[in-house]
Design a protein. Sequence first.
Length: 276
Amino acid sequence: MNPLVSVIMATYNRANLVGRAIKSVIDQSFNDLELIIVDDASSDETPRILSEWQKKEKRIKIIRNEINLWQDKGLAGNLNKAIEEARGKYIARIDDDDYWINSDKLKKQVEFLEKNSGYVLCGGGVVVEDKFEKEIFRYLKIEKDDDIRKKALMANPFAHGSVLYLKSSFEKVGGYENSKYIEDWELWLKLGKIGKFYNFSEYFLRYLGGHDNLSLIHQKEQFKTALKLIKKYRNNYPNWIPAYFFNFLQYFYALLPVFIKKFLHPVLARLKQNSF
């Protein structure tokens, strides 16, 4: 009998963190699930740790890439590969450096989507921590469908590791685009063309911060991709012009010297969290 939910994770050289992520899935009060993990050719102790978990937990399935797929197709390539193997009606996402902090996360999300047939996707709030597992800040995403759509082009409306969505809808829109950048944001925009959105006003996810310390090349490519995305979906969602302007400013910000960024970053980060 197929599980109702397939939880999808991709991992690469996360031996020190992946076990925590796995445990947060296994500890869910909702048990009708499988956990599919794609090991993207890890060269550290990650394969051993995954094997140990699989021996203890029959709901875990490991897919091992012999050649790193991220270099060619980004995270999306690994996620699409995992979802091809998924048997669940619903897909949940978790990253190898994240963990769920609400043991009823899946239970609440499944109940919501089962009762609200017009919805294709729901997410929740996030707690961000530093490398010492100390909370830096937390934020909730916009809750209701109409409000989410108004700012869907301004910034990513869902935290990737918090979501649950219908596999049938995922397949209908063609899955994740093979991209190294914001593949999740584009998937939400595609799903929003065929169904409704919702975010729980609860904290579901805790993740490791520090991703803003990306290379200049990485930041530039990420924001360039965002600008292309906004133009691509400008006829499907409102307010594309202010969204384009806002993201262009972020692209400009990525080009600034580091000492100026250190001064501006706390202000901009707080503005973004409170607005989107």
